[in-house]
Design a binder for this molecule. Sequence first.
Ligand code: FAD
Ligand code: UDP
Length: 370
Amino acid sequence: MFDWLIVGAGFAGSVLAERLATERGDKVLVIDRRPHIGGNAYDRYDDAGILMHQYGPHIFHTNSRQIFEHLSQFTEWRPYEHKVLAEVDGVLVPIPINLDTVNTLYGLDLTSEELEAWFAERAEPVDEIRTSEDVVVSKVGRELYEKFFRGYTRKQWGVDPSELDKSVTARVPTRTNRDDRYFGDEFQVMPLHGYTRMFENMLNHPNIKVMLQTDFAEIRDEIAYDRLIFTGPIDEFFDFRFGKLPYRSLSFDHQTLDTEWHQPVAVVNYPQTQDYTRVTEYKHLTGQQSARTTLTYEYPADVGDPYYPIPRPENAELFKKYEALAKETPDVWFVGRLATYRYYNMDQVVGQALATFRRIEEAHPKTPAV
Ligand code: FAD
Ligand code: UDP
């Protein structure tokens, strides 16, 4: 008899399993339909001995010391500041757009102040910034929007940026200085021995049992448990009662080359050409040395595993219906990117899981053993 059944061994499920087992002494069964733990953050050594990410590049970054310190119990870290280049008009330039991006692309020698004025001349006034197009054209104008954002976004999401919530392209800032880091967060690190090792450490507790290749549907009536934590797609949990929530998928093409390096930085984006959105070379992320190198090409797709909730008003409306149903479902907690239909980074999912743990503690205080 388990106190908890947790569906999903990704960040949401694993963080909660550890908290429940360590802090409350609860007995926890974690299941996942995949053959491994770690969810989308799963990494592994491939046939060439290179540590790669099965589901595309995962770079850890957060402004929360609490979240960073929480995970630090389960891993050491390697400092890593993520750099991305975009191939635009045949040239590799920094993205987020910065001073060097504009100077290189237009053969200019602007200063930061001059670049601010340059952007201001081109920016289009937008009354209310609602969409992913508004965010960019109101800052840098239409030409840069078209070069860097329109094609990439259409490829990635299958819809025009004008039909996506502003939060999507707002993830990528615009800079007038020469800062070429993809993220501005205070903590930017990679788990020293990989994500999977970190998850192993998190789940390594006598009160936690893990069952892989196990779908919730198969065992829901066969295993005795008191309460449930569900981190899979919320629409699936409710048998798609109100219709399917749209998710965007990806197909990953992993390639190992017999050369030491393929590209100058970890990720190169292709906003104007190719069917793939970006190419990742893992050794830049991990610091691993090898005469060979492993890459991943990401091809966006409509069908396949659900990777990205699609932030659009009508999808938010549909999610609200499922959320209302979730609130009426006793003893089930919905946590994570798929169960709460939020385009969350890893740190945000950890934060959400820790907040859920606090709510569980309030709802079900543990009577101290006498
Ligand atoms: P998941 O990791 O999806 O875990 C859910 C698990 O539940 C899965 O393993 C699934 O198999 C299992 N499951 C679902 N339904 C069932 C069922 N019915 N029965 C059994 N098991 C089930 N975040 C960052 O911070 N930095 C990045 O650089 C970054 N890059 C990303 C790149 C890509 C391509 C993608 C797709 C995401 C990226 N993310 C990144 C986001 C990150 O992957 C997520 O925030 C995080 O992994 C979500 O954790 P989760 O536990 O909510 O979900
Ligand atoms: N984006 C873009 N061009 C780029 C980089 C990003 O148009 O070169 C847009 C695109 O819509 C993308 C979003 O900004 O989906 C968020 O980018 P991010 O790199 O955060 O995507 P993720 O790593 O989550 O796939």
